[in-house]
Design a protein around this ligand. Structure first.
Ligand code: TYM
Length: 335
């Protein structure tokens, strides 16, 4: 079985409220990889149900992620776009890897601690095992590169450790490649617009905390206008952003949207007040996001097209994953 050298896998959960962090930290970075890698982009509906989802909303949120992928520039004819639950290799391999990964490794996962909160006993078993399913997603394709936001770094380390332990335990050197995280650009961790010390997230109760991929131009401008900052003007250099999380976040967002570095942005806006910088950022955000939002809306109105993309993607995903899972079963002695 040939070892792929340039295979990208990544996933986004269909939990609604896709936001600027998902776009700048992940989806946007998926696009240029199409030129250089074989790309497999998944809608991870099995991860979504680790916390309860309304079944009707889950279906529509699944289509929303597909629409976001395509509207952002991912071509479904050359890349694989599919939903996780359609390809049983994910669940099967996850079980096998549950028997490889160690409880001690999962106990260290900070995302589980955050999401489970104080009442850990009431969290689903699935939420606890989430990182192992994520390892299975990647390893089912023997993917070599995984573009993600910074918050997924620890999960990627667990995927690498799991791959390495499987290779060692079963004397199958190099069977699973150790997947490399690709954490790219100036916005790998977009923060809440209401609190620059907290990650922008789908579940924040405040709508003003995030710009979503469905927001109108007016919503975007309003949220940026209301973003939490401080009274000082923008500094001349990146070091001047230290201790100013709100300012740092907005500069990072501007840089990512404009395709610049934070230093470039500060060279342009050094000494500017937020009363000048915020409108410039709002204009840029509207210019970059509105065409994507519009295209998403158009695609969402054509669910037959989206479902066709998912069906074709699932066939292609099966064709890659099934032989790999077959080989895994042989390696571990299933007959
Ligand atoms: P999800 O849906 O929570 O996030 C999707 C992607 O968006 C990134 N992201 C952010 N990036 C920058 N700033 C933020 N505030 C921000 N919030 C989210 C995430 O890092 C992610 O890249 N566990 C994954 C889904 C997954 C997956 C996989 C990813 C399941 N299996 C296999 C890669 C490979 C997740 O967090 O999804």
């Amino acid at each position: 079985m040939e070892q792929p050298r340039n295979r990208v896998f990544s996933g986004v959960q269909p939990t609604g409220n896709l936001h600027l962090g998902n776009y700048l930290g992940a989806i946007r970075n998926f696009v240029p990889l199409q030129q250089t890698h074989e790309c497999i982009y998944c809608v991870v509906d099995m991860h979504a149900i680790t916390v309860w989802q309304d079944p009707k909303e889950l279906a529509s949120n699944t289509r929303e992620v597909v629409a976001a992928y395509i509207a952002s520039g991912i071509d479904p004819s050359t890349n694989v776009i599919f939903n996780q639950s359609k390809v049983s290799a994910h669940a099967e391999l996850a079980w096998i890897l549950n028997c490889v990964a160690r409880i001690g490794w999962l106990n260290r996962m900070t995302q589980f601690k955050d999401k489970a909160g104080k009442d850990r006993e009431k969290a689903s078993v699935g939420l606890y095992a989430y990182p192992v399913l994520m390892a299975a997603d990647i390893l089912a394709y023997r993917a070599t590169h995984v573009p993600v936001g910074e918050d997924q770094k620890q999960h990627l380390e667990l995927a690498r450790d799991t791959a390495q332990k499987f290779n060692n335990d079963f004397d199958a050197p190099d069977f699973f490649p150790l997947p490399e995280p690709l954490i790219m650009g100036p916005a790998t961790r977009v923060m809440s617009l209401r609190d620059g010390t907290k990650k922008m997230s789908k579940s924040d109760p405040s709508d003003l905390s995030r710009i979503t991929m469905r927001d109108s131009a007016d919503d975007i401008a309003k949220k940026i206008r209301k973003a939490q900052t401080d009274p000082d003007p923008l500094p001349e250099a990146v070091e001047g952003l230290a201790g100013r999380p709100g300012a740092d976040n907005l500069v990072g967002i501007y840089a990512a949207l404009a395709g610049l570095s934070k230093a470039d942005v500060l060279a342009r806006f050094a000494g500017a007040q937020f009363s000048v910088f915020k409108p410039a950022l709002a204009d840029l955000a509207v210019e970059k996001l509105s065409p994507i939002t519009g295209e998403m809306k158009r695609l969402m109105a054509d669910s037959a097209y989206i479902d066709g993309v998912l069906a074709q993607g699932a066939d292609r995903a099966h064709a890659v994953a099934d032989p790999i899972l077959g080989r895994v079963k042989e390696i571990i002695g299933f007959i």
